[in-house]
Design a binder for this molecule. Structure first.
Ligand SMILES: Nc1nc2c(c(=O)[nH]1)N[C@H]1C(S)=C(S)[C@@H](COP(=O)(O)OP(=O)(O)OC[C@H]3O[C@@H](n4cnc5c(N)ncnc54)[C@H](O)[C@@H]3O)O[C@H]1N2
Ligand code: MOO
Length: 401
């Protein structure tokens, strides 16, 4: 059976996924969340014509350094408007953010005025009408569309939502991701190891990806390679109200790779299995009672690369946004062999020298090597059957960490 190309696999996965329902959260709990409905202004900003400077509210026509000085008749401070009106030849002391008094049309900065005494101010220069005056509604008006649905609520969006007088926002629910490690050989970090055993590290990497993306990771622990134990773990995952189940290991063709059968026995409808990629060939995707099932390979690097390429976009979709990989074209520093028929994601180190990107592939591409994965920050994406490449040639690089 031909292996499924990566792009096709991803679009099949995403076609089945739609944004999760909305919930209302307080603004201070909404950082990084995705807006589930458009947000309109509940008020006008600024709500009044105000001053952008500390100085004097004047009628521009009165500004004449050689003429009669202006009569100072009062003060307008932020939160304390001047109640009267500025008549010809008069001025009001004004501060940044204060309401413009009636009659005045311009603000003269205090640096451009000479305070003769308590009641008299001489302008030292002229100003055009409207100088340093912020019109009412110059930022936005009540009813205006402030933020589209699908917007990520970062510092700027949250400030705007607050200014538009929304104490809460509607955001898409966080996806709940149950993570199930499988394998008789696995022990938790810190536990002592009997011969043939290793530490189950993948759960921590996948949990980190889930949290980084804005989801909730549920660690379901380690399950041995026994059908009954797998069945019990799948039942437990289903009882956790999760949106995604990620299984780790047992995805390939060995006698002890039982995950797919256990999932199908539990009612999973298999969508696809085996992708034309390296690492990550045994990736499995299906649905179990509406839950997205991602069966990731056990090899640590394969597991992380699959999560990067498939789980990240899936979580974005469930959160109501679209995943955008950070890719650049970079100059190779070393020779690369011609590629096979599987799209190859080569661990590498990429750097930018202020002019262009260069990328150095890691010496070993074994999918068990966590340390190599940690030293590098990038994946060189080699399309199926790419010819050999030489130093200096440009290749596509995914800055995955
Ligand atoms: N005859 C074939 N053998 C294999 C094929 C194949 O096509 N034909 N595919 C290979 C590829 S590609 C991969 S990738 C691996 C993945 O297989 P599994 O998903 O079944 O993984 P396991 O056999 O369970 O484990 C592989 C490896 O990873 C370690 N592991 C497992 N879980 C974890 C964990 N949670 N944390 C850390 N390490 C883990 C496990 O001990 C093994 O060393 O299959 C190839 N074989
Ligand atoms: O393709 Mo596997 O995922 O070698 O490591």
């Amino acid at each position: 059976m031909a292996l499924l190309p990566v792009d096709e696999a991803l679009s099949r996965l995403l076609k089945q996924a739609s944004p999760l329902s909305a919930e209302t959260v307080a603004l201070d709990a909404a950082v990084g969340r995705i807006l589930a409905s458009p947000l309109h202004a509940k008020r006008t900003q600024p709500p009044f014509e105000g001053s952008a400077m500390d100085g004097y509210a004047v009628r521009a026509a009165d500004l004449d350094p050689d003429g009669v000085p202006l009569e100072l008749i009062g003060e307008s401070a932020a939160g304390h408007p001047f109640p009267g009106s500025v008549e010809p030849g008069q001025t009001v002391r004004i501060f940044t953010g204060a309401t413009m008094p009636d009659g005045a049309d311009t603000v003269l900065m205090q640096e451009n005025a000479e305070r003769i005494d308590d009641k008299t101010v001489r302008p030292t220069q002229k100003e055009p009408v409207g100088r340093h005056v912020r019109p009412a509604g110059v930022d936005f008006s009540e009813g205006d569309l402030m933020l589209e649905s699908g917007t990520k609520l970062d510092f700027a969006a949250l400030s705007l939502a607050a200014a538009a007088s929304h104490p809460t926002v509607d955001v898409h629910r966080k996806p709940r991701v149950a993570i199930l490690a499988t394998g008789d050989e696995l022990k938790a970090p810190g536990e002592s190891l009997a011969p043939g055993q290793i530490i189950a590290s993948n759960t921590y990497g996948i949990s980190a990806i889930v949290s980084e993306m804005g989801g909730v990771a549920l660690d379901l622990g380690i399950t041995p390679d026994k059908p009954a134990a797998l069945q019990a773990a799948i039942d437990k995952a289903q009882s956790q109200d999760c949106d995604v189940i990620v299984t780790l290991g047992g995805a390939s063709v060995g006698d002890h790779d039982l995950v797919q059968k256990a999932m199908v026995d539990a009612g999973m409808v298999l969508d696809f299995w085996k992708i034309a990629m390296r690492p990550g060939k045994p990736l499995m995707v299906g649905r179990l009672d509406g839950i997205h099932v991602l069966g990731l390979p056990g090899n640590p690097v394969s597991s992380m690369v699959c999560a990067h390429l498939f789980l990240r976009p899936l979580l974005c979709r469930l959160l109501g946004s679209t995943y955008k990989p950070k890719t650049v074209a970079a100059q190779l520093t070393a020779h690369l062999e011609a590629n096979s028929g599987r799209q190859h994601y080569m661990r590498a180190s990429a750097s930018y020298d202020g002019d262009c990107w260069t990328v150095e592939p890691a010496g070993s591409q074994d999918s068990s090597l966590l340390r190599v994965m940690t030293i590098g920050n990038a994946l060189i994406v080699r399309p199926p059957h790419a010819p050999a490449a030489e130093p200096g040639e440009k290749v596509l690089v995914d800055l995955w960490r």
